[in-house]
Design a protein around this ligand. Sequence first.
Ligand code: COA
Ligand code: AMP
Length: 630
Amino acid sequence: MSYDKVYAAWKADPNGFWMDAAEAISWDQKPSKALFDENAPLYEWFVDAKVNTCWNAVDRHVEEGRGNQLAIIHDSPITHSTKGITYLELRDRVASLAGALRAKGVEKGDRVIIYMPMIPEALEAMLACARLGAIHSVVFGGFAAHELAVRIDDAKPKAIIAASCGLEPNRVVHYKPLLDDAIDQATHKPDFCVIFQREQEVAKLIEGRDYNWHGFQYGVEPADCVPVEGDHPAYILYTSGTTGQPKGVVRPTAGHLVALNWTMKAIYNIDAGDVFWAASDVGWVVGHSYICYGPLIAGATTIVFEGKPVGTPDAGTFWRVIQNHKVKSFFTAPTALRAIKREDPKGEFIKEYNLKNMQALYLAGERADPDTVKWAQEHLGVPVVDHWWQTETGWAIAANPLGIEELPTKIGSPSVPMPGYDVQVLDEGGHPVKAGELGAIAIKLPLPPGTLPTLWNAEARFKKSYLEHFPGYYETGDAGMIDEDGYLYIMARTDDVINVAGHRLSTGGMEEVLASHPDVAECAVIGVSDDLKGQMPVGFLCLNAGCDKPHADVVKECVKLVRDQIGPVAAFKLACVVDRLPKTRSGKILRGTMVSIADGKEYKMPATIDDPAILGEIAEALKGLGYPMA
Ligand code: COA
Ligand code: AMP
């Protein structure tokens, strides 16, 4: 069937479409219908079903004869090791871990925070929670203790599962002291912690609170899968919004299973037994959907890669992994390819490996710039699929669905909406604009299965952030257009979220940290264009009257403060002191104009600007930081 036909079939009968897709899931109790719209504009899917995610991702495949197939391949160029885990082994390991968690009191509905690097145990921890119906919340390892503490206080976990350390190419990340610090900072205290001791660093355990991953499983009864209701939260994943308080995106169990399973074939063209690799991190939504759950639900083999696109040891590492493990579909962020392209512009490393198994490359997480897409097309010789989605949706809003039909590629566009998504471009008044015109991108409600039904403990914030601006629609926070052929173009965010190396960050959150510095009276953070990372944060600091500290010292302290409070992942390294910030007469900081100056773009003098001369001062300050880039 063609994409047009599949999309039309969904539009004509959404309920029937998703009930058909639901046939592929192994239910404890089948749903009576797909959509539950009684509480519109809040929607739920498959609410009256009973199902278990871990059963569908693990046990089911053992029952169906895939026990000896590899479920997970761990490849770590940092530790120079490769290890495979079969579905049978995975089931036993997860059942044992879940049994130990249960023996310590973890039950359906309890929250468990997971703070782990790219090791198979991170997936096992997620699956063990799913087995019990416990709700996990994975926190990315590049966040600092304070960010972890904020998530502990919001999710109120009964337990925290962590590793002793993470391994970055140039340093060991000491997870345990970060965890201890976060628990000290948080008001909520978990009942207990489970620590996976890596051989690279053994952490000190706190008697009575911390348990050793292996030791605490000794002698416990393995746990069976606990069926949960269709709308039971599978997990909470925090993502950046406009403030320092992250949004807890809730993922509903049944919709997640149905939608991810559908995408594995329709978008990624993956069948049971194939090898799929998403080079992301379990701390991000890509890691949840396509390192852990999606490939496992589909009965495929997933790769857990602990390394970087370059430097571990070289720009050929991705191609080695694809060759050695026979990867069929590969997913990464454009920034990773830009890093490779910068070191290997002619694609010499690519020629050293046999990539015959790879059938397609998928890009997401940020805008895929045309140069990078063309480079990949030329050197890899496979379809390059840019696809657009968000933590909130959990799967692609727009893509080129290779498992249905390979549509013509338009470079710069993530192609067309997937079934379930009625995507529209709206003007400020909420009216659809004409093809080719720019506007806010919104999705007509209801969103499809698997997308967020609400924010954790924050329904009012959910409505305010996503549903109120354009009644009847979900506001994506992205701006762009749809062309005459129905292809989408994602151009920019409409809020203060920036995208640094495929990581979603809040400039508002960074401003809150900077404003806490005793010498800072006022500040602004903007995202400027960066050749490698897409965007980089730059801070502007106005100091308190009478502050006689050298500016360079204040800048240094501010850079350290953001690293200590948010974490290295913020990549906040550039800041400058200015006398004033450009504002409108009503006091709104003109961040957009500052971005244009930094990027060397033409801009219109804002009619409401209070004092145009300040823009000259901002341009001078940016020049001092090397912007606009040559
Ligand atoms: N734990 C601890 N620290 C981490 C971390 C983790 N899991 N991941 C990143 N960091 C740290 C890095 O060590 C670095 O610290 P530094 O300032 O001391 O050097 C900082 O966070 C920024 O990291 P990163 O953004 O990864 O930049 P980099 O300069 O180390 O590498 C790239 C540049 C382009 C190679 C890298 O950003 C990359 O691979 N990006 C792809 C990201 C991706 O796949 N995103 C997908 C999201 S869907
Ligand atoms: P995250 O929630 O971290 O996945 O970030 C989602 C945001 O990243 C989106 O709202 C977009 O701003 C951006 N994004 C993700 N994928 C793409 C893409 N293919 N093209 C352009 N922007 C993207």
